[in-house]
Design a protein around this ligand. Structure first.
Ligand SMILES: [Zn+2]
Length: 293
């Protein structure tokens, strides 16, 4: 039988958010500061504190706990890697948090939690094969089939942000060159702007109403890179829906010019894939964490 109560914890760099779902309805929700600068022990204390508050509304011993965090657990060493809460990298986060909470815990990265939450409760509800894309400071993907996150033998399913879009292209932190993430993310567009001595943020750039010829060129290039990289997903797995999240997903041009660009590179005359805006916004992480099983 499906567990009635589900506790989700979204561990972010600045705040830790918690939700309790009873039959997919939220009955408790709160947040606390991460205060990551005070170190791992303090972060564990903060998680425990908000977790104990959540437990107060759970009147049974049968419940699940999920944590959404950037980064992932390295499959061989079981250590956390690539978290932007960098003081947690290299520690046995999974074991330590289970010991601290005295309960089994599922852990997934933010893109997978996003895709799961949107598939079950959000804009991708009712679709069988869902690909979720987070376009924020970085760019990540998550793959959900029949409301289950697909991980794969290397636990990298959906890590399309690090597939190569332009060989010999931009340097990526992962050590490769030309990764999707270095083109269609906030940091990617800012690097491109800096190349031309345009020193403003991605948000300012996209909001700017009167763009110069150079800025229009950079904008079109961004849309073209978006189209190529999303078409690569469609040509590979032909998902039933693609749902966009993260700060850049509010960019209305993605749903017009962006879709036209995708169409250019899709290996099909007809193009039916819905490319949709998320419904859960910033809450997808905490909902996705709660829905992990
Ligand atoms: Zn990369």
């Amino acid at each position: 039988m499906e567990t009635k109560y589900k506790i989700g914890i979204d561990l972010g760099g600045t705040k830790i958010e918690t939700i309790v779902l009873r039959d997919e309805t939220p009955i408790f929700r709160d947040r606390i500061l991460t205060e990551a600068g005070k170190g791992p022990d303090h972060i564990f204390n903060q998680i425990s504190k908000i977790y104990n508050q959540a437990l107060d509304v759970v009147d049974t011993k049968h419940f699940t706990v999920g944590i959404c965090t950037p980064g992932s657990i390295e499959p061989d060493t079981k250590l956390l890697r690539n978290s932007n809460t960098t003081c947690l990298n290299g520690i046995a986060f999974h074991t330590m948090i289970e010991d601290r909470l005295n309960h089994s815990v599922k852990i997934e990265n933010d893109a997978n939690c996003f895709a799961l939450a949107e598939a079950i409760l959000g804009a991708a509800k009712g679709y069988e094969l869902v690909f979720g894309i987070i376009m924020g400071t970085g760019c990540g993907g998550g793959f959900v089939f029949n409301n289950q996150i697909r991980l794969g033998p290397n636990l990298i399913c959906g890590e399309w942000g690090h597939s190569i879009l332009h060989p010999h292209g931009n340097d990526c932190y992962c050590g490769k060159k030309g990764c999707v993430e270095t083109y269609i993310s906030g940091s990617g567009i800012e690097t491109r702007l800096h190349n031309y001595n345009l020193n403003y943020s991605a948000q300012e750039f996209f909001n700017k109403s009167n763009k110069s010829d150079l800025e229009i060129k950079i904008y079109d290039e961004f849309m073209n890179n978006f189209g190529r990289s999303v078409a690569n997903i469609i040509n590979s797995i032909d998902p039933d829906v693609i749902v966009l999240g993260g700060g850049l997903s509010n960019l209305s041009g993605l749903y017009s010019q962006g879709i036209e660009e995708i169409q250019k590179y899709v290996f099909s005359e007809s193009f039916k894939t819905p490319i949709v805006m998320n419904k859960l916004g910033d809450s997808a992480g905490v909902y996705g964490a709660a829905l992990l099983k």
